[in-house]
Write a protein that binds this ligand. Structure first.
Ligand code: PLP
Length: 381
């Protein structure tokens, strides 16, 4: 239907073979392939432990559980993010307390506003590296250390992003990754949780699989006959088929992130001449995974009309994000309302995401930029 879609998967014969191998192996879940995927992912991110899980949402839930977030506990987090992130805090009866973004050109959570939102009830800080651009982790981890608070990194946008020589997901206490179909690496559905903390790792290992003390594979191998249940756990496992896809996708990640950077740079050059339009990009110091290509429209441009025009031209666009604090559920649950987070609210009205994916060609970038230019010419005269 779209001439140029918002995103596209990067699969070939390698993924097909990887899945076939698992099917012929006769072992479908929590086996050697998943272990291999976890070991490779841990090495890539630079952490001691990585646990493959069914989604980033389950990773975020496990993170909240592992940090003992419960009734009456507050977690300071961004509103300009996917709703799964604040939802995960509520799963364990915690309360998401939203902090504003840094500015209209830096859409990551503001360390200054995090500090303002910390109270005696604050139990953790959850951050998200928007579009793959790393947050100001130096300020955030300094503040967290000073206040004795753990940091959860939502890395759904940022596999491969780096801040001062460290990969996102290795800087805070826990990293949560998504392998949903539109992410930089995908297994269809899937996720990973990373940590260097032995205690947290132990909790996650148990909670991921029903709180049980032994695994199916241990029993299959005759290492164990029974098990105890030590906590209220979940089935958040990733199976061998998804893990096999993950191994191939991880091998492709560096190259596809490089391709994303080339295309994002071309977008920046082509769009820089348009008055009033700004491309959200990194600071050139940290490394971005370029998960998405967000732009801010000038206030006088009607976003819905602009997106409709792009659609007429066969170009898919999207919005990242409607602010979480203004969703009906959050308004009713916590009484959150307009005016709480001025910068988040302004950006969420003006932001549009343009197509970006590794298999996109340079001509398609030109087609998108030409369409934007045409629309602005008509609208602004
Ligand atoms: C995609 C996404 C999630 C949720 O990931 P799932 O794997 O679909 O559960 C969470 N946070 C952000 C920022 C995301 O983009």
């Amino acid at each position: 239907m779209w001439k140029i879609p918002l995103s596209d998967i990067n699969f070939d014969q390698k993924e097909v073979e990887a899945v076939q191998n698992v099917i012929y192996s006769g072992w479908l879940t929590m086996g050697e392939v998943t272990k291999d995927f976890e070991a490779r992912f841990a090495r890539y991110i630079g952490v001691e432990h990585a646990f493959a899980v069914s989604s980033c949402t389950s990773a975020l839930h496990l993170a909240a559980l592992a940090l003992d977030i419960g009734e009456g506990d507050e977690v300071v987090c961004p509103s300009l993010t996917f709703v799964a992130a604040p939802n995960s805090i509520i799963y364990t009866r915690g309360k998401p307390v939203f902090a504003d973004i840094t500015s209209v050109t830096n859409l990551n959570i503001s360390p200054e506003d995090i500090e303002k939102k910390i109270t005696a009830k604050t139990k953790a800080i959850q951050i998200m590296h928007y579009a793959g651009i790393p947050c100001n982790m130096e300020s955030i981890t300094d503040l967290a250390r000073k206040r004795g608070l753990p940091v959860i990194e939502d890395c759904a946008h940022s596999p491969g992003s780096e801040y001062k020589g460290k990969r996102c997901g290795s800087i805070g206490d826990i990293g949560c990754f998504s392998f949903f179909s539109n992410k930089n690496m995908t297994t269809g559905e899937g996720g990973m949780i990373t940590t260097n903390d032995e205690n947290i790792a132990k909790k996650i290992r148990t909670l991921r699989s029903h709180g049980m003390t032994t695994l199916t594979l241990d029993r299959h191998k005759g290492h164990a006959f029974s098990y105890d249940v030590t906590a209220l756990g979940f089935n958040y496992r990733l199976d061998e088929i998804h893990s096999a896809l993950g191994i191939v996708q991880l091998e492709k990640l560096q190259k596809s992130n490089e391709r994303r950077l080339t295309l994002a740079t071309k977008y920046q050059q082509a769009l820089s001449e348009i008055q009033g339009l700004s491309v959200i990009s990194g600071n050139g110091i940290s490394v971005s995974s370029n998960h998405i290509l967000p732009v801010l429209l000038p206030e006088e441009i009607d976003r819905a009309k602009f997106m409709e025009y792009m659609k007429q031209n066969g170009i898919q666009t999207s919005i990242h994000y409607p602010p979480a604090h203004l969703f009906d559920f959050y308004r009713r649950m916590y009484g959150y309302k307009e005016g709480m987070l001025p910068l988040t609210e302004e950006v969420s009205k003006r932001e549009v995401t343009l197509p970006l994916y590794p298999s996109m060609n340079e001509d398609s970038v030109s087609i998108v930029c030409d369409a934007v230019r045409e629309y602005f010419k008509k609208e602004l005269i």
